[in-house]
Design a protein around this ligand. Structure first.
Ligand code: ZN
Ligand code: ZN
Length: 398
């Protein structure tokens, strides 16, 4: 076991320059959700040259899957490893030799490292087919940043043929230093839904408010009333967020507009709280508006569900991570109100999603996710790849 582990680290160090080169290539050529055509083409090429079997492309527009079969006799289990490939509509402000070449698009969340890292994992597992039984399904997905590419791929059958038994994914973590891995059992990231409410009043002259129904005043009352959902209605031991991120109305100081539009996001972990937020936001918005003589067009869009890690799978990753970076560098991640579409896999199969620290103060790699100066310490891919490979071997051989 000790020998195998050090072999693995040596192999990782050997392939690292290639993995870094791939990451930089993806970084220079960012593509937005469901448009990852060049990225997925390169992914498929790499898998092909590695000898990965049953490569399928064009799933959910740009998604790719491939299989690596172990040759050891034993379990017929199938484990899915996922990387997301999409970039963000952000104009990069870093000045490095691998800066984005596309104006207004940037890998500012680390998905370039996820994709390159999973290609590295594929290579390491291809060299270890005699060390495991069962099958590894590699999955490269489009559109994590809002498009829900994971769900589209699931709807197109990626959890079948062969049927997936467990799923693992990781995320670069600029909130933690290089060399740290964190994860938590149970709900880890929130469900994120959104709503839009168009308040229809009656516009008119700002000097004659009695002849109007002022949608700005109605909208303001709605915003304040919505604050009581979390403070007065949701069980205080359950995390929840109701944020109105936009209240759009009017232009002139002396004109009362016809309408006001509210847009908001709802975050929760508990499925009952999720329903409670959706129901009460609509009821309060409509009730307040009605009391103040306005009408409401309300729409609610269900987003990603909560990301819920299976306790057993989490324990497995944790045990492996402690070997990779040392027990003193593995932490229980706090719950976060952010969301992640890996949740769709975890709704259907047990698995775990973990965070790999990538911040490096000395090198100035301190900017957070979705910041125009976001960048990561590429050595995080060493720990990410090692944890993934060892988790797979242990899961399939157990
Ligand atoms: Zn992101
Ligand atoms: Zn991300």
């Amino acid at each position: 076991m000790v020998l195998a582990a050090s072999d693995l680290r040596r192999d990782i160090e050997e392939i690292l320059p290639g993995v870094v080169a791939d990451r930089r290539h993806f970084h220079q050529h960012p593509e937005l959700g469901f448009q990852e055509f060049e990225t997925s083409k390169l992914v498929a090429q790499r898998l092909q040259s590695l000898g990965v079997e049953d490569i399928r492309t064009g799933i959910a527009v740009t998604g790719v899957t491939g299989l690596i079969r172990g040759t050891k006799s034993g379990s017929g289990k199938v484990v899915l490893l996922r990387a997301d490939m999409d970039a963000l509509p952000i104009h990069e402000q870093n000045d490095v030799d691998y800066t984005s070449t596309i104006a207004g698009k940037m890998h500012a969340c680390g998905h370039d490292a996820h994709t390159a890292g999973l290609l590295g994992v594929a290579r390491l597992l291809m060299d270890r087919q005699d060390q495991f039984s069962g099958t590894v399904k590699l999955l490269f997905q489009p559109a994590e940043e809002g498009g829900g590419g994971a769900l589209v791929m699931i709807n197109e059958g990626v959890l079948e043929d062969p049927k997936v038994d467990a799923a693992f994914g990781l995320h670069v973590d600029q909130g933690s230093p290089l060399g740290v891995i964190s994860l938590r059992p149970g709900p880890a990231l929130a469900a994120a839904d959104r709503f839009t409410a168009v308040i229809r009043g009656k516009g008119g002259h700002g000097a004659h408010p009695h002849e109007t129904i002022d949608p700005i005043v109605v909208g303001s009352h709605v915003v304040v009333a919505l604050q009581t959902i979390v403070s007065r209605e949701v069980d205080p031991t359950e995390p929840a967020v109701v944020t109105v991120g936009a209240l759009i109305s009017g232009e002139a100081p002396n004109v009362i507009p016809n309408t006001a539009e509210l847009r908001g996001t709802l975050r929760s972990f508990n499925p009952d709280v999720r329903v409670q937020l959706a129901t009460r936001v609509e009821e309060i918005t409509k009730g307040v508006a009605e009391a103040l003589r306005a009408e409401v067009d309300f729409s609610y869009v269900k987003g990603y569900p909560a990301t819920v890690n299976d306790p057993e799978m989490t324990a497995l990753v944790r045990e492996v991570a402690e070997e990779v970076v040392g027990a003193e560098n593995v932490f229980e991640a706090p719950r976060q109100m952010g969301a992640e579409d890996f949740s769709y896999f975890l709704e259907r199969v047990p698995g775990a999603f973990f965070f790999v620290g990538s911040q490096n103060q000395e090198r100035g790699l301190v900017w957070g996710h979705h910041h125009p100066r976001f960048d990561l310490d590429e050595d995080m891919m060493i720990f990410g790849m090692e944890t993934m490979v060892k988790t797979v071997l242990r899961y399939l051989n157990d």
